[in-house]
Unconditional design. Structure first.
Length: 60
């Protein structure tokens, strides 16, 4: 009911959701992100030591 009265708000949400989903359209980028997530898990769980060059991509 809210979005029937506020269609512009609904359109903004849809546009934002579509933009977010587009970040996963590139399989190569998605695979790189997945590997960085695994790397961060291994570092934070103490299974491997962080590499400064890789870690800077994760921490910003």
């Amino acid at each position: 009911a809210y979005f029937e009265r506020h269609p512009a708000a609904a359109e903004r949400i849809i546009a934002a959701a579509n933009a977010y989903c587009r970040t996963f359209d590139d399989e190569r980028t998605e695979q790189a992100i997945s590997l960085l997530v695994l790397y961060k898990y291994f570092v934070l769980s103490g299974q491997i030591k962080p590499d400064a060059e890789v870690w800077r991509y994760i921490t910003g």
